[in-house]
Design a protein around this ligand. Structure first.
Ligand code: XIL
Length: 382
C-alpha cells in the first residue's frame, strides 16, 4: 500500500509536462512518470502500455498466464510489456499442486513465479480451496464413504501449509477460497461445506494466515452484481472480520457480457463491496461475446462469429470496455487491481471450440479497438 500511495502522490494524472522526464531519475515511480509524460507528449500507441498507465494511476494491471503462455515468445513478451501482475491460470489449483495425497507438484507454478520475478511482476496465488479442479480423492474417506470433518480439515491444512509455504515471500496475495457462495446468497453446498460445515471458509483463512503471515488473503467469486449473491458474500466476509481473521480484499471475477451486468449494477456492487472496508479487485475480467446456447444448437446461432467479428460488434466491445474502466476509475480508491483472464483472444477460456473475442488483443496478438479504448480511459485526467 505504501508503494501504491507513493505513486498516487507523485504521479497524478494531471502531470503533463516534460519536466517530469527531467525530474525522473530513479526508481519505479520515476519510470512510470517518464512513460506517462512521454505518452502525453507524443501519443505513439506503440509506446503505451497498460502497465505504465496503471502504475501512473497507482494501480496494477494483471493477466492470467499459463505455462503455455510463458514458454511462448510472443505471448510472454506481450505479457511482460503490458502487465505487472500475473495470476496462474491453472498452475496453482489443487489438482495441479497436489494431484494425489501428499504428492506435490510445483513445476508449473514455479514456472509462472520465475517468469513473474524475471519481469518484476507480482503474483496472485489462485487458489487454495475450491470445489472445482480438485481431485476426487480429497473428499473421499475410507470404505467408499465421504471424508469426515477431521480428515478434510487435516487435508486442507496440510495442502495450504505446503503450497503457501512453498511460495512464501513470492506471492503477493492468495485467493484463499474461490466461489463459496451460491446464487441465492447461501453457502454453496460444496463437498467442503458438506464435509466440514459452514466454518470451512474461516478455517481456510486461518490456515493461510498461519502459513504466510505476510501474504494478503482474498475471497474470490463471480456474479457479484447480483444483489442476493453479493449479500451472501458480504455476510461471509463480515463473518471472517468478526472472527478477527486476516482478509485483505474481495476478488470480483468480472466474467461479463456486452450488456450485462449494467454499468450502474457494476458501480453499485463496487461501492457495497468496498463498504466492508476491503479492497476490491477485478480478478478475471473478460467480455463474452457469444450467446448462451444449449449443447447441439445450430452453429450459426452458437458460433455466430466463426469467420470474424463484424466491425460493429468490435466497436461495441470497445465501448463496453471504456464504460467499465470509467467505473473503475471513478472508484479508483476502492479498486487496486484489474486482471484480465488471458492475454489474447486466442488464449481465452471462453472459446471452448467456438470463436470468441473477449480480450484486448486479437488472435495475432495485435491490439484491438478495445485496447485503445482502455488506454484512452486511463489517460483521461481525473
Ligand atoms: C478456468 C481456466 O481458465 C480454464 O483453463 C480451466 O479449464 C477452467 O478454469 N473462475 C475461476 C478460474 O476462478 O479459475 C477459472 O479458470 C475461470 C472461472
Amino acid at each position: 500500500m505504501e508503494q501504491e500511495s507513493m505513486w498516487n502522490r507523485r504521479v497524478r494524472p494531471r502531470v503533463r509536462t516534460r519536466r517530469w522526464k527531467v525530474a525522473a531519475t530513479v526508481g519505479v515511480a520515476a519510470t512510470a512518470a517518464v512513460t506517462v509524460a512521454l505518452a502525453v507528449a507524443a501519443p505513439a500507441q506503440a509506446a503505451t502500455t497498460l502497465r505504465s498507465l496503471a502504475e501512473a494511476k497507482s494501480r496494477y494491471f494483471g493477466t492470467a498466464l499459463t505455462v503455455g503462455d510463458v514458454t511462448n515468445g510472443t505471448e510472454s513478451n506481450l505479457a511482460a510489456t503490458q502487465f505487472d501482475m500475473v495470476t496462474p491460470g491453472n498452475e496453482m489449483k489443487w489438482d495441479t499442486t497436489e494431484p494425489s495425497r501428499g504428492n506435490f507438484n510445483f513445476g508449473p507454478g514455479d514456472q509462472i513465479v520465475s517468469f513473474a520475478q524475471a519481469h518484476t511482476m507480482r503474483v496472485r496465488g489462485h487458489n487454495l480451496v475450491w470445489h472445482s479442479q480438485t481431485g476426487a480423492w480429497v473428499f473421499q474417506g475410507s470404505e467408499g464413504k465421504p471424508a469426515d470433518r477431521e480428515t478434510l480439515l487435516a487435508r486442507m491444512r496440510d495442502h495450504i501449509r505446503t503450497v503457501v509455504g512453498r511460495y512464501k515471500g513470492k506471492i503477493h496475495g492468495w485467493d484463499v477460497v474461490n466461489e463459496a457462495i451460491d446464487e441465492d446468497g447461501s453457502l454453496r453446498k460444496s463437498p467442503w461445506q458438506v464435509g466440514i460445515g459452514d466454518d470451512y471458509v474461516a478455517k481456510a483463512f486461518e490456515f493461510a494466515r498461519e502459513a504466510d503471515p505476510d501474504a494478503e488473503l482474498y475471497y474470490n467469486d463471480f456474479n457479484l452484481e447480483k444483489p442476493a449473491k453479493r449479500a451472501g458474500v458480504i455476510k461471509l466476509v463480515q463473518d471472517l472480520q468478526a472472527r478477527k481473521l486476516r482478509i485483505d480484499g474481495i476478488g470480483n471475477q468480472a466474467h461479463w457480457r456486452l450488456d450485462t451486468p449494467a454499468i450502474d449494477e457494476i458501480d453499485k456492487a463496487l461501492v457495497e463491496l468496498h463498504a466492508t472496508g476491503l479492497k476490491v479487485m477485478f480478478t478475471e475480467l473478460d467480455i463474452n461475446l457469444l450467446p448462451n446456447t444449449p449443447r447441439g444448437a445450430d452453429p450459426s446461432a452458437a458460433n455466430p462469429y466463426a469467420n470474424g467479428l463484424p466491425d460493429e460488434v468490435q466497436q461495441q466491445l470497445a465501448r463496453r470496455y471504456a464504460d467499465v474502466f470509467r467505473v473503475f476509475l471513478k472508484h479508483r480508491d476502492a479498486v487496486t487491481r484489474v486482471t484480465f483472464w488471458g492475454l489474447s483472444d486466442a488464449d481465452s477460456w471462453l472459446n471452448r471450440g467456438r470463436m470468441n473475442y473477449p480480450l484486448l488483443w486479437d488472435r495475432q496478438r495485435r491490439p484491438k479497438p478495445a485496447f485503445d479504448a482502455v488506454v484512452q480511459a486511463l489517460r483521461t485526467p481525473g
